[in-house]
Write a protein that binds this ligand. Structure first.
Ligand SMILES: *[C@@H]1O[C@H](CO)[C@@H](O)[C@H](O)[C@H]1NC(C)=O
Ligand SMILES: *[C@@H]1O[C@H](CO)[C@@H](O)[C@H](O)[C@H]1NC(C)=O
Ligand SMILES: *[C@@H]1O[C@H](CO)[C@@H](O)[C@H](O)[C@H]1NC(C)=O
Length: 549
């Protein structure tokens, strides 16, 4: 696999990248857009009279205890000057953009709320009660064709969080990642992993965090290899791109990642060689690195997790399911690399076929188990996510997963982990997917959703809500061995409605904007008699302010 030609190719690609024209940075584009938007706004506001938006007829103190201004007892965060920087105007340019982007009706509910991050010496809680209401006033209804007066911002929610590290300070120098995919998947906007990789392989500001990526593209042309390399290095990812052999079957191409990483010149300076899929995501790199540091990388180690679905263990056997990430120590990779030829014979390919085609995960397990005494070490905070349907119950469970997988739709779920983790840049890694419960029965699953429970929160928040289901055959308990029995889904009960995060942005001033969207015709948010719980689309915008603002 590694020969003179490959090395020459890599060198060529690197030279081209250095000589190539760099894309204009995002920053310039953003500020240009902001300027355009601002002047357009001024022009419009000069022409049209301003009015107050209508009330949606729900939410706000009329219905709840209205304890807005009194902060949590220990809400000692530096709030002194935050009101200076909060803006609760109706930015119609922005609202019109969102209407287009999220396919909303012309009139929709809109709520904006600031959240003041308060980093303290506390442990991460699965649910933190804020003692404040999310809604200060009745919810407002905006028409994108109108103009509205700006309003005074209510005091921000105060969210106590741990002093967990920021993604920008992660050090991935001990890791090398191998991914095998196609150029088509790499470039298709629906499947391209570039943004996700930039989260866990860079500091978020265009510099590598020391992690090395080895990308294998199936039968790619020279031009495609070069383009992939340029796109990744432009965002700061330290990557080598190779062409993988189209004559190998998929399971063997997967196994081939191990010798490719092991024989890579940088391989010997690493502790962990990681095999993953192009839809594997590591949301908390500090936590992942800390966890791996507990294992002895000088021994042959094979670390990963099972599928959540017990049927898949019965079907395919007991091994690491690769989409969650498989961590091999260098001595383990040495054994697999030395035995590579004998691990990929016709006979072994046959033995790895469980009736569903030859499985790469099985070939790797057999190669390890038949050539060493090493067994899999389970790391159950990694998630393969072999789940179907609405994944909310997983993302709303308050956990801090070390990996995510299968979030690009198709038969699996759709999720936006790159957007979900943006908030970590303002409040630290622990904050992603952490839950904050307000006094008016909302739960913010930070970065994923804001759910409202109109009949109160009277269920066990420590259990996963079974919004999802396993692949057939669903025995009713397939997932229980990994997730515990799950509480009943609140779909179509009239007891839950949620605004789901569609986009998040790290702003120039260090704050983070999250856009949560609810569609009035969402199949989940119905009353038991099938009538919709809401007649309007809605947006909740949260802006997270850094501590010591
Ligand atoms: C708040 O703003 C005022 C005036 O802008 C300034 O004098 C004061 O030092 C600021 N306080 C803090 C804590 O930054
Ligand atoms: C990152 O980790 C490597 C290996 O553990 C270490 O040599 C290096 O000094 C670290 N870099 C930073 C910036 O801490
Ligand atoms: C590999 O790509 C070339 C064109 O670049 C094509 O002719 C060939 O059929 C492909 N091989 C396989 C096995 O897909």
């Amino acid at each position: 696999m590694r020969n003179t030609f490959t090395r020459a190719l890599i060198l060529t690609v690197i030279m081209l990248a250095i000589g190539g024209i760099l894309l204009r940075s995002d920053m310039d584009v953003q500020s240009a857009l902001a300027r355009t938007a601002a002047s357009a706004r001024e022009a419009i506001s000069l022409q049209k009279p301003m009015s107050k938006p209508e009330s949606a007829g729900w939410g706000g103190p009329a219905r709840t205890s209205g304890n807005e201004i009194s902060f949590a007892a220990d809400g000692t965060a530096a709030l002194s000057n935050s009101s200076r920087t909060m803006a609760c105007d109706y930015d119609m340019e922005k609202l019109r953009k969102w209407k287009q982007q999220f396919h909303l009706e012309e009139t929709f509910e809109y709520t904006k709320r600031y959240v003041q991050v308060s980093r303290r010496d506390i442990p991460r809680k699965s649910v933190t009660e804020l003692g404040q209401n999310l809604l200060v006033d009745a919810v407002k209804v905006v028409d994108v064709n109108k103009q509205y007066q700006s309003e005074a911002c209510p005091a921000p929610l105060v969210a106590p969080v741990t002093k967990s590290p920021f993604p920008s300070t992660a050090n991935a120098s001990d890791f090398m990642f191998g991914v095998s995919t196609t150029y088509q998947r790499f470039t298709d906007p629906r499947t391209s992993p570039i943004n996700e990789w930039s989260y866990w392989l860079t500091d978020g500001k265009g510099h590598s965090n020391g992690g090395k990526l080895v990308l294998l593209l199936l039968n790619a042309t020279d031009g495609e290899l070069e383009d992939a390399h340029n796109q990744l290095t432009n965002v700061g990812i330290d990557v080598d791109v190779y062409r993988s052999d189209p004559n190998l079957i998929m399971a063997v191409r997967y196994l081939a990642l191990v010798p490719t990483l092991y024989q890579h010149p940088a391989g010997s300076s690493k502790k962990w060689l990681v095999i993953c899929d192009d839809d594997t995501f590591f949301p908390s790199f500090h936590a992942l690195a800390d966890r791996l540091a507990k294992y002895n990388h000088e021994r042959p180690m094979y670390i990963g997790t099972f599928s959540e679905d017990v049927n898949n263990i019965q079907r395919h056997g007991s091994q690491a399911f690769g989409g969650a990430g498989v961590f091999l120590s260098v001595p383990m990779s040495k054994i697999v690399s030395e035995k590579y030829d004998s691990c990929r014979t016709e006979q072994k390919i046959l033995e790895s076929n469980t009736g569903w085609g030859p499985q790469g995960d099985i070939i790797l397990r057999k190669c390890i188990y038949e050539n060493s005494e090493v067994k899999l070490t389970l790391l159950n905070d990694l998630w393969q996510l072999d789940l179907f349907g609405d994944p909310s119950g997983f993302y709303e469970s308050g956990i801090k997963p070390l990996s995510l997988h299968h979030y690009r739709g198709g038969i699996w779920h759709v999720a936006h982990p790159w957007h979900y983790t943006k908030v970590a840049h303002v409040c630290g890694e622990d904050c992603t997917l952490q839950r904050f419960q307000t006094a008016d029965d909302f739960i913010i699953s930070n970065g994923f959703s804001i759910a409202y429970y109109p009949q109160g929160i009277d269920f066990d928040l420590d259990q996963f809500e079974a919004t999802f289901h396993p692949a057939p055959e669903d025995k009713g308990w397939n997932l229980d061995y990994k997730m515990g029995p799950q509480r009943a889904s609140l779909h179509k009960t009239g007891r839950k409605i949620s605004w789901d995060l569609q986009e998040a942005t790290v702003n120039d001033d260090g704050s983070v904007t999250q856009v949560y969207v609810c569609k009035h015709d969402d199949w989940r948010w119905k009353n038991p008699d099938e009538t919709p719980m809401t007649s309007r689309d809605g947006i909740i915008e949260l802006v997270w302010l850094p501590d010591a603002w």
